[in-house]
Design a protein around this ligand. Structure first.
Ligand code: FAD
Ligand code: UDP
Length: 375
């Protein structure tokens, strides 16, 4: 079978590799000038810099962990995030260290009591948006200092207008444990993420072309290949004919500094409304300070509205957008059955890396490649 994979991110690379190992001839095209999509990392001053935002691999899925470990050795990095609210420093995610700093409480019982008092503002109501969910999880003080303004900056809309599930991504713990994730496995690949995708695509019957946009020769590609796996934006693929899905974008401002240690942690969130960026990443701390002496690389991350042509980093999964997405799926089934949509943009989902690998491996088990069934 002659396959075209559009996009050399993690989804495209997994599908390309596994099909090529089964004997298919696979062409991969990528519009950027590099492999790896948003997990791309590059060496600056001996430091692996995450060009598209901090990427920490974490999963509870042993199969996925073993899969990714074929391509890199992972270090024991555990994400422990610091929040800076107008110069006050708190630990994230919300745990006994946060509660102690916020209220002086020492025991889990005292912390639960404090949150219970503040939760009274909810009067037993079932949380229906991010604000209500946050207050019912951690109370009004933490909501006000660590969540409200950060969330408004990140999403460009008030927490009241956002779905509750976004804040449930963060653990709330009544232990002194600063680990940002609950997963069984976690780490950063020694030597960065780009090598992972390079190794994944290093199979004899895979041919990769960078700087190549599918949409510039759409019909020609559709004619030339038996099957296409498309990991770009599904609405753009159909020239936005049913309407435009909303995305959130980001601007990354990266600089090299002549100092060994700028902020003492990989990730520091700025949770007030006055600071225009959401966080500063100091990349060397993902690999325990490795890098050239007297140098560090930091990135300020600014949330941005998305308009056509910008990088679409986050799908905005509210009900209107999800509904529009299902209409695009329907259109795809009818008009282009030889094209499968995958990955964060193709499926319009807030996928982490491990979920992308899981989704790709599941997709490979399905019947899309069974030509007879698709005829
Ligand atoms: P992408 O990486 O977006 O790859 C799609 C590729 O398709 C791109 O390279 C794009 O250029 C290409 N493409 C699109 N259209 C075309 C076209 N028309 N022609 C040719 N090529 C095209 N996950 C975690 O597990 N841990 C984290 O800590 C984490 N942090 C994140 C931080 C940020 C700021 C963001 C935005 C995401 C983060 N993620 C994290 C999620 C992670 O980035 C994604 O799960 C993963 O990169 C998705 O892979 P993908 O292949 O679906 O998409
Ligand atoms: N969040 C917050 N304050 C913080 C960090 C996160 O209010 O300091 C909220 C915010 O709404 C964010 C959500 O929690 O979108 C999920 O956080 P996570 O770090 O998982 O977001 P990501 O950057 O991965 O999208």
């Amino acid at each position: 079978m002659k396959l075209l994979v559009v996009g050399a991110g993690l989804f495209g690379a997994t599908v390309a590799r596994e099909r090529a190992l089964k004997g298919d001839s696979v062409d991969v095209i990528e519009k950027r000038e590099h492999l790896a999509g948003n997990i791309y990392t590059e060496d600056i001053e001996g430091i692996q810099v995450h060009r598209y935002g901090a990427h920490i691999f974490h999963t509870s899925n042993q199969k996925v962990w073993e899969y990714i470990n074929q391509f890199a050795t992972f270090n024991r990095y555990t994400n422990e995030v610091i929040a800076n609210y107008r110069g006050e420093i708190y630990n994230l995610p919300f745990n006994m260290n946060t509660f102690n700093k916020m209220w002086g409480v020492i025991t889990p019982e005292e912390a639960e009591k404090k949150i219970d008092e503040q939760r009274a503002a909810m009067a037993g109501k079932k949380p229906e948006n991010l604000e209500e969910q946050a207050i019912s999880l951690v109370g009004t003080d933490i909501y006000r200092k660590l969540i409200k303004d950060y969330t408004a900056k990140q999403w460009g809309r008030e927490p009241k207008e956002l779905p509750a599930f976004i804040i449930r991504r963060l653990p709330v713990r009544f232990t002194y444990d600063n680990n940002y994730f609950n997963d069984l496995y976690q780490g950063i690949p020694v030597g960065g993420y780009t090598q992972i995708v390079e190794k994944m695509l290093d199979v004899p019957n895979i041919n990769v072309e960078l700087n190549t946009d599918f949409l510039e020769n759409k019909q020609d590609y559709l004619n030339r290949y038996d099957k296409v796996i498309y990991t770009g934006m599904i609405d753009q693929f159909f020239d936005y004919q049913l309407g435009t899905l909303e995305y959130r974008s980001l601007r990354f401002d990266t600089e090299v500094l002549d100092t060994d240690n700028f902020q003492g942690n990989a990730v520091v969130n700025y949770t007030d409304s006055e600071t225009p960026f959401t966080r500063i990443i100091e990349h060397k701390h993902f690999e325990f300070g490795k890098g050239n002496r007297g140098k560090t690389v930091i990135t300020h991350e600014y949330p941005a509205n998305w308009t056509k042509g910008d990088e679409p980093y986050y799908p905005v999964n509210n009900s209107e957008n999800n509904h529009l997405f299902t209409q695009y799926r329907e259109l795809a089934t009818q008009e282009t059955p030889q094209v499968a949509f995958g990955g964060r943009l193709g499926l319009y989902r807030y996928y982490n890396m491990d979920q992308v690998i899981t989704a790709a491996l599941q997709f490979l088990q399905g019947n899309f490649f069974d030509a007879k069934r698709n005829e």
